[in-house]
Design a protein around this ligand. Structure first.
Ligand SMILES: Cc1cc2nc3c(=O)[nH]c(=O)nc-3n(C[C@H](O)[C@H](O)[C@H](O)COP(=O)(O)OP(=O)(O)OC[C@H]3O[C@@H](n4cnc5c(N)ncnc54)[C@H](O)[C@@H]3O)c2cc1C
Length: 465
């Protein structure tokens, strides 16, 4: 039985990658460390257990990454997707540190697989975890336990009590019992608030009720809210998040990666009124998949339908759910619950606008429409080869960007700019310092791995002083 009345050097809040990296680092620096995970053991690991890869800079080919991916190129990629809404100093620090992150994780039991030429063409930039995020999380838990990190599951931190910029204690509900835990330093790694529908509703209204949460239901943002309520500095727009279009039959929570639909570039996408609303072929899918959640969220009922014909059936990773098909457009409309005449008119107008071209699904092929609003600027082919196939789409939120503000030592800052005395943060809870909007695949795990280690080091240094 763990004695919770003792004073720990470091209390880590959360049980995903960011928390584990912080806990292991602090323990390796000689600290006593307690990690509190809200989820029960079977569901430990938050969103991290759903992941597949981490974006890492490297100066030459490695055993798991091809060619080079320099700091300059990584920064350019980040700058483009965020439109400049990023703290350059903090972001560059993260980028540089990813060069060491892979070997640090590998030395603690995480295994990587040789570079992939998989669906998102990430073999140069992103290292894939062998066995996925679940294997990563299991390896880090095993390592943490082997070096003496104390772990409590089913333990939710309700409040971090701040007094004059210092955390004095944590109010915890552990396995249903109220506890007070004290530590010299605290690391908040408890994720975003994407699973808190009530909080999402404040910004999205009733539309939030139709969102699916792709990852953990434990991302309630309780610690984030508690800290912001006590005058901790915030960064990021509360409506900004990573949100993709997923199969509308996905479960409310924890559906994971297999519910994502990658057919959009080869489809036309219509809303409930059978009308198109955005250029499906604007750019290659890795650069566009993260905008489609918001696009579908803006449609009536937060629902849309991706439609294509037999020519495109094998061009993308299929959904875990069966497709819906029919020999005619009207037949497909009937099965999807759309107005048949309207859908026929939409498809007719689109087919008429498609220009001749050489289709190539592997690159921007310039096959486009003319005289159509919105246009389709690549991969535009007529829908004329039955069966006609459809998938229902809904918004799937991955994680929110509203965050606590940190400095380059992962110290949480008060809203008047001064660092808190003994509070550090890592992972999604501070991701908004780097991601003001947009997303580059693999950045979430990069943020947690780098800032987890920084937070662990800094917490240890503070605890020793
Ligand atoms: C389906 C899916 C696929 C993804 N794929 C990738 C990918 O391939 N690459 C990538 O870089 N990113 C990916 N992401 C994003 C990535 O998962 C996150 O950015 C990353 O895991 C964040 O790590 P974290 O430790 O900050 O949060 P999490 O892993 O979510 O951990 C947060 C933890 O805090 C706990 N917690 C919450 N509140 C409390 C509380 N009050 N008290 C105690 N504990 C609490 C939760 O139970 C959880 O264990 C994906 C996300 C999803 C959902």
């Amino acid at each position: 039985m763990l004695d919770l009345t003792r004073l720990f050097d470091v209390l880590v809040i959360g049980g995903g990658n960011a928390a584990l990296c912080a806990a292991i680092t602090a323990r390796e620096a000689g600290c006593s460390v307690l990690l509190l995970e809200h989820a029960p053991r079977a569901f430990r690991g938050g969103n991290s257990r759903h992941t597949r890869n981490l974006r890492a800079m490297h100066r030459g080919p490695t055993s798991v990454l091809t060619e080079t991916y320099t700091e300059a190129e990584y920064w350019d990629d980040l700058l483009r997707v965020t439109g400049g809404q990023t703290d350059e100093h903090v972001a560059r620090l993260m980028i540089r540190d990813t060069a060491e992150a892979l070997s640090w994780l590998a030395a603690r039991g995480v295994r990587f697989q040789p570079s992939l030429t998989g669906t998102l063409n990430l073999s140069r930039t992103n290292a894939f975890f062998l066995g996925g995020g679940k294997a990563l999380v299991n390896a880090l838990y095993a390592h943490a336990q082997s070096i003496g990190v104390e772990i409590l599951y089913d333990s939710e931190v309700l409040e971090l009590k701040l007094d004059d910029g210092a955390v004095v204690e944590a109010a915890v509900s552990s396995k249903g019992f109220p506890e007070t835990v004290r530590a010299r330093t605290y690391v908040a790694s408890s994720g975003g608030f994407q699973a808190n529908i009530t909080w999402l509703r404040e910004y999205w209204g009733e539309a939030a009720d139709n969102f699916r949460i792709r990852g953990t239901p434990y991302a309630q943002g309780r610690v984030l809210k508690n800290l912001l309520d006590q005058g901790v500095g915030s960064i990021g727009d509360p409506t900004q998040c990573h949100a993709v279009a997923i199969d509308a039959r996905a479960p409310k929570f924890d559906g994971g990666i297999c519910t994502r639909l990658d057919c959009v570039p080869f489809s036309i996408v219509v809303n409930r009124n059978a009308e198109r609303f955005y250029d499906e072929g604007e750019d290659v899918w890795p650069k566009r998949y993260a905008i489609w959640g918001r696009l579908v969220a803006a449609q009536e009922g937060q629902i849309a339908y991706a439609l294509f014909d037999s020519k495109c059936e094998t061009l993308f990773m299929p959904s875990v759910f069966p497709d819906i098909r029919a020999d005619t457009i009207a037949g497909l409309a009937g099965k999807l619950g759309l107005d048949a005449a309207r859908l026929e008119a939409t498809v007719h107008a689109y087919n008429d606008a498609v220009q001749p071209g050489r289709f190539d699904g592997s690159k921007l092929d310039g096959c486009h429409t003319e005289g159509l609003t919105p246009p389709k600027t690549n991969w535009a082919q007529k829908l004329d080869a039955p069966p006609y196939i459809g998938y229902p789409l809904c918004p799937g939120i991955t994680f929110t960007y509203l965050s606590v503000k940190v400095d380059d030592r992962a110290r949480v800052l008060m809203d008047y700019g001064r660092p808190t005395a003994n509070l550090f943060a890592s992972g999604e809870i501070m991701a908004g310092n780097i991601l003001g909007k947009g997303y580059c695949a693999g950045t979430g795990m990069a943020i947690g791995s780098v800032f987890g280690r920084i937070a662990g080091q800094e917490a240890a240094r503070h605890a020793h002083n």
